[in-house]
Design a protein around this ligand. Sequence first.
Ligand SMILES: Nc1ncnc2c1ncn2[C@@H]1O[C@H](COP(=O)(O)OP(=O)(O)OP(=O)(O)O)[C@@H](O)[C@H]1O
Length: 502
Amino acid sequence: MSSSGSSLKQHLSEKTDLFGLQLWVVISITVMILLIFILTVLVICINAQSRRRRRAPNRLPVTQIPAVSKEIREVRVEQVPANDFVASDGILLTIHDKARENDSDKVMVHLGLGKSRPADSNSLSGSFHHTEKEGGSLSGEDGNSGIVSVYRPASSSYRITAPSPLTGLPEFSHLGWGHWFTLRDLEIATNRFSRENILGEGGYGVVYHGRLINGSPVAVKRLLNNLGQAEKEFRVEVDAIGLVRHKNLVRLLGYCVEGTHRMLVYEYVNNGNLEQWLHGAMRQKGTLTWEARMKILLGTAKALAYLHEAIEPKVVHRDIKSSNILIDNDLNAKVSDFGLAKLLGAGKSHITTRVMGTFGYVAPEYANTGLLNEKSDIYSFGVVLLEAITGRDPVDYGRPVHEVNLVDWLKMMVTNRRSEEVVDPSIEIKPSTRALKRALLTALRCVDPDSEKRPKMGQVVLMLESEDPIPREDRRNRRNRGGSIEIDSQRENSDTDKSDNP
Ligand SMILES: Nc1ncnc2c1ncn2[C@@H]1O[C@H](COP(=O)(O)OP(=O)(O)OP(=O)(O)O)[C@@H](O)[C@H]1O
């Protein structure tokens, strides 16, 4: 044993060819080099991975809603057979008729405006950038700042806009915009999701009123189920949507991902929604005046203009309707549920069905073909505007057959020069003729059966804000066209004079 030990020692002490170094020295150096090499490789790998993780949100679009939604095609095949959907409506099916389009021309003429050509619409509304200069009605967090906030995924820009003056709250999400709540946090906030805290139930889940430990009131939306969406994917999507900011969009404060639970925590908007004010429980509190309605609709238009035109890539809401327009104490509109379609769109059945939008508000081309872009939101906005003007439901089977569909009835009334009769009878102080025509024209242009002819939301904002009776350019065009339109123009002027100068 000792002889073999001493022979090993002897062997290790032998000089090698490498600079005459002893064998044990060469072995030690080799082992050290190997160790250093392994350590270096490890450090490089860890660095690369963390850099990749940090870069991940930069490559992420706010949402990835494609111009043409795949999910909607799936719905049409599996969930809502096109014919059933359209046949049950009956209106959507026929709205593309040439005769209908001619109707729409007539409607425009009787509003005293004629059908607008592209040049008209430019002169009427200007471009989005024009709006910026004129006072920034499409701006982000601060609606009056005149600055359009463009989503820039560079981390520095969104960290600056990150919120949260809230204190004593759970962990900030990894992108820095909001909070990652635990299930326990939200159980405490909502009194264990008690029935008394339920604000309502929609297609996506149940909404609870809650109070955070710092006293802030919140609305907690408990999503129906996870639909197999991976935790990381959900968090990344929520983070992206959480970065979208506008004073007319309900603010997403944070979320909860725990086990199969998925919850979204929003600012609490305390004055009901437009649907409740027009047709439901909030009517007990009084009737919304014309001005209040226009303020709410203008805020909604600004929120949509922001989603469609001020952020990149744009967001299509997909479910604009009066119950998704929340209202605060100052009668500011707060559009809710934006981004939810994307967040849950990868799921199946009922969620995908929700993505189809809501009966009565869905644009005909969306219902017929499943093709979706922001023009579908604009159609739905037009329906909400008509709903606010008339106080009627978009589809009301309790009415005579020719009045069931709001858009059709409205066109018929305007064609028959009965525009003054469409105003919600519960509005005490009627709008001026000028204001009414302005609102009706805007709504009718939004619900044009031809989606290409609908104005952009930025133009809609300008149309609703405008004080002019009719844009000068538009009048000149109408004079050139002469005939009955000229007569309408004179009527409109005298109406305007009458109502605005009592
Ligand atoms: N942030 C919020 N603050 C106050 N109330 C809210 C908030 N978000 C939603 N609600 C209320 O909770 C109820 C349910 O809302 P939810 O959006 O889930 O359903 P919905 O609008 O009726 O239907 P849908 O899911 O089709 O949009 C509604 O009465 C809504 O006004």
